[in-house]
Write a protein of this length. Structure first.
Ligand code: FE2
Length: 432
């Protein structure tokens, strides 16, 4: 096994944990090497265009069909699709961070859905969840058939064990698990609380945005995405629990052995980790600032060009140099719906109130912008070059309205005084 990272978004990789485990020159020989079973995992329809076609061949000790029957598993805080959201007035909404847990809880039990839209049966829409965990998942594994899962750690490092190998991510990193891939998420140090966000994407798989006039480099560069090397459980068989999100519900089945039994694989449907500190942030070097789409890391397109099912956008450290410019975000009402989180530091439009681990929601055409304090500071600031440093906010943006869940509205974290931050803004008009 090579120690060189497997790098490159969308690349076709080959990885084997035992030499000779990968067949050569064909995918499904009459007898796969070393007594392994060959299994195909397709992430796109067979006939999807080649540029977006994604699949991986797995060579494993047991085929994944070998489980017991699935039975429903209750999870009252995990919600799916617009039908499980709540209609709300067109107000801006914001939430305080949730407390880190003290009692043992694992990643699956620690998922709390905050906003939802779309319908996974129609392969449209997305959800934003919060996760907390203190305990490892032990002999428990998860697969999400409703969508891919983008993990955004906010506190503590997590280990993401997948059928294709292992990744680690901490605050500042993001990690993606493709639809249907079996995985588990554990604190790197068992017993240490971890917290973060998950963007669940029911639609077309996230891809890098087109760069247009930016050219062939910039934003998230393909080579900075790292996939794991093949790794598998070598121990003797022991009972496992498989949890599957399927049609908006959780199901569980017993298994007699670890699902992490893939000895070798090759393909381009892979989990990955990306360090957002490698994002090549572009912006204005004259006046005004571009639309925040300039900060897009990943996009999930819809059927209408340019109207994303879901964009994942970051607001990373960057220099502000624009002349004669109000440098924070302007006041705005957008047709797209925006859900924001803060990983660390301060967000320049809301230096107070929007706290790391918190969340905000500005749905379609809901007016918002800098709070009164940020407006006053930015209007009077000396416009010398200034570095916004040690900060990372992100935005999940969708063409469909995001509905909060009942937990979001009644779970105790809703900031009921959010709109007060704009109350001091006065009519400053002076004619003539
Ligand atoms: Fe906005």
């Amino acid at each position: 096994m090579s120690e060189t990272p497997l790098t490159g978004f969308g690349n076709h990789f080959s990885s084997e944990a035992v030499p000779g485990a990968l067949p050569v020159g064909r995918n499904s020989p009459q007898r796969a090497p070393l007594g392994l079973y060959a299994e195909l995992l397709s992430g796109t329809a067979f006939t999807a265009p080649r540029a977006v076609n994604a699949r991986t061949w797995l060579y494993r000790r047991e085929p994944s069909v070998r489980t017991g029957a699935y039975a429903p598993l209750s999870h009252v805080l995990l919600k799916t699709g617009a039908k499980e959201g709540v209609d709300v007035p067109p107000d801006p909404l914001r939430w305080h961070p949730q407390d880190l847990p003290v009692a043992p809880i694992d990643f699956v039990d620690g998922l709390r859905t905050m906003v939802v839209n779309g319908d996974p049966d129609a392969q449209t829409g997305c959800a934003v969840h919060l996760y907390v965990a203190t305990a490892t998942m032990g002999a428990r594994a998860f697969a999400n058939v409703d969508g891919e899962m983008l993990l955004i750690p906010q506190e503590g490092r997590i280990r993401v064990t997948t059928e294709l190998g292992m990744l680690e991510a901490g605050p500042g990193d993001i990690a993606l698990v493709p639809r249907g891939l079996v995985f588990k998420v554990c604190p790197v140090i068992d017993g240490t609380p971890v917290r973060g966000y998950v963007c669940e994407n029911y639609g077309a798989a996230f891809r890098l945005p087109e760069l247009g006039p930016i050219g062939s480099n910039g934003l998230a560069n393909a080579r900075d995405f790292e996939a794991p090397h093949a790794a598998f459980d070598r121990g003797p068989a022991q009972p496992w629990e498989l949890v599957r999100k399927f049609g908006g519900k959780l199901w569980r089945a017993p298994a007699q052995a670890s699902p992490f039994n893939v000895v070798a694989w090759h393909g381009n449907l892979v989990p990955w980790v990306y360090d957002t500190r490698r994002f090549n942030t572009l912006g204005s070097i004259s006046f005004d600032h571009p639309d925040p789409s300039i900060f897009t890391v990943l996009t999930s397109p819809s059927d209408t060009p340019g109207w994303a099912n879901c964009d994942f956008v970051i607001f990373p450290p960057r220099w502000l140099v624009a002349e004669d410019t109000f440098r924070p975000p302007w006041y705005h009402r957008n047709v797209m719906s925006e859900c924001m989180g803060l990983v660390y530091g301060q967000y320049d439009a809301k230096e107070e109130g929007f706290r790391p681990g918190g969340l905000s929601l500005h749905n379609s055409m809901v007016p918002h912008g800098p709070d009164a304090d940020a407006f006053d500071k930015a209007s009077g600031a000396d416009l010398a070059p200034r570095k916004l440093d040690a900060t990372l906010a992100f935005m999940v943006e969708s063409r469909w309205r995001l509905r909060p869940t009942e937990f979001a509205l009644k779970g105790g974290a809703l900031d009921r005084s959010y709109a007060d931050c704009w109350a001091p803004l006065q009519d400053r008009f002076q004619e003539g």
